[in-house]
Design a protein around this ligand. Structure first.
Ligand code: ATP
Length: 241
């Protein structure tokens, strides 16, 4: 399997003293879904922002085999790295369709139209409401819109920050099922930040457990198939710090 993303020795500092991420290394293969799991403050968002180029970091980040650490965020977007932040950040007063168009702003008008239709096909829940203002969508639909907007940019790597945040379990399941379908239909690689192990197991291939800015454990989805193994990982890695 070819590696899409390779992160080695990644560290993130806020200011001169606070270290949010310490010497983190992991890789994502073509079409793979890799989950970063950990409690609040474990450093997950900082890792995603560092990969997207939104905050400075140390260490090496390779994308498609090439170093990207020195590239500005917009250049990383052009290469196909798209970050979908937690909290959705859609434009409330614009329609669903307009929000999608924003995600494909750099595409030619015709490609933008084709892609908008493709994304709406993927999310029938929001397709019915394409001309409604985004604030009128439910939480789950807003999350679908945020992911859909990310997909507008034809990403090679989607960085998804807690898509389940603030959603009822049934809606989370729906969002994750859509993600699983997208992943089956394309070669898209995904880094998923989650606090919910069971949910992320629905789509991911590998999991890295984080605590205090470090990776403290690694499992494949196959390792965690049975309940006992899953509980053991939860106790070992997600229990009290
Ligand atoms: P959450 O799920 O709450 O977003 P997280 O695992 O994504 O948690 P980060 O948001 O990456 O964790 O935060 C890691 C550490 O860095 C925390 O101790 C946090 O307080 C700190 N931190 C995050 N952002 C900043 C910032 N802008 N300035 C200073 N410290 C920060």
């Amino acid at each position: 399997m070819t590696e899409v993303l390779s992160v080695s020795g990644l560290s993130v500092f806020y200011g001169t003293s606070a270290q949010a991420v310490e010497n983190v290394s992991f890789a994502v293969g073509d079409g793979q879904v890799v989950t970063l799991l950990g409690a609040n403050g474990a450093g997950k968002t900082s890792i995603m922002k560092a990969i997207a180029g939104l905050i400075p970091s140390r260490g090496e980040i390779l994308f498609g085999g090439e170093p990207i650490s020195a590239l500005p965020a917009r250049e990383r977007v052009k290469r196909g790295i798209i970050y979908v932040p937690e909290g959705r950040e859609i434009v409330a007063n614009m329609s669903v369709r307009e929000n999608l168009v924003l995600g494909g702003y750099h595409l030619a008008a015709r490609d933008r139209r084709t892609r908008t239709e493709m994304v709406l096909d993927l999310f029938p829940e929001i397709a019915n409401k394409a001309d409604r203002a985004a604030w009128r969508l439910s939480g789950g639909e807003q999350q679908m819109l945020a992911i859909g907007r990310g997909l507008m940019a034809a990403p090679k790597l989607l960085l998804l920050d807690e898509p389940s945040l603030g959603l009822a379990p049934m809606l989370v399941r729906r969002v994750f099922d859509r993600l699983a379908a997208i992943r089956r239909e394309s070669d898209l690689a995904i880094v998923l930040v989650e606090q919910n192990l069971a949910m992320s197991m629905r789509i991911c291939d590998e999991l890295h457990f984080l605590r205090g800015g470090r990776i403290i454990g690694h499992r494949t989805a196959a390792d965690l198939k049975d309940n006992a193994a899953r509980q053991e990982a939860i106790d070992a890695y997600l229990g009290a710090a």
